[in-house]
Design a protein around this ligand. Structure first.
Ligand code: GLN
Length: 190
């Protein structure tokens, strides 16, 4: 039997990601322990609060197993806080991260007065229709490595990017009704 898809379920909006996967007829497992990583091929890191998620990941001793999972061929999709956890360097304020993706991010970078906002932006890779983008206390990707491909932009910033087996969005497709980003992750990345 082929391996499944997991959603890190320590904190944040993992249930919304599972709902999205279910709409694509993809069953998913809630991942809370290192031993569960053996049963999956791809892992979604949800939106939420990256500092809290990181603390729980450290408490559960998940950091090293996640590195082994990645180096063993596992795929990742990180949304917002999940993107922060996957980034090489985090500022605003700075904190440790998994660092699997060659991007630098600045947390809460759209400013205090715009806690959340919505936009519709082109994403040719996913079809003609603009992609709905919900940003909640979102980070900005301040630099991208040479192998990072930008799939969509918002206000001149890259907001949906891919580096081989890792997909990252600074917005939340799981809070919209548009399944295209999750479908792309399942079909092209994972
Ligand atoms: N601001 C949060 C953080 O820094 C991320 C917000 C989100 O995931 N919507 O972790």
């Amino acid at each position: 039997m082929s391996k499944g898809v997991g959603v890190l379920a320590l904190q944040g909006d993992y249930a919304e990601h599972q709902r999205m996967l279910a709409r694509l007829d993809c069953p998913s497992t809630q991942i809370r322990k290192a031993s569960q990583l053996a049963s999956i091929r791809a892992l979604i890191l949800p939106g939420g609060e990256s500092t809290t998620m990181l603390k729980f990941m450290q408490e559960e001793d998940l950091l090293e197993p996640l590195r082994e999972f990645y180096e063993g061929g596992g795929a990742f999709y990180g949304t917002c806080a999940g993107a922060i956890l996957l980034a090489r360097t985090v500022t605003g304020p700075s904190q440790p991260s998994l660092g699997f993706m060659n991007i630098d991010v600045e947390r809460n970078a759209y400013g205090r007065q715009v806690d959340s906002h919505e936009s519709f932006e082109p994403c040719p890779e996913l079809g003609d229709e603009r992609l709905p983008m919900i940003f909640i206390r979102a980070p900005i990707i301040t630099s991208l490595g040479a192998d990072v491909v930008t799939l969509a932009r918002h206000r001149d910033e890259a907001v949906l990017v891919r580096e081989r087996r890792i997909l990252v969005s600074t917005f939340h497709p799981e809070l919209s009704t548009d399944t295209r980003v999750h479908r792309y992750f399942l079909e092209e990345v994972a």
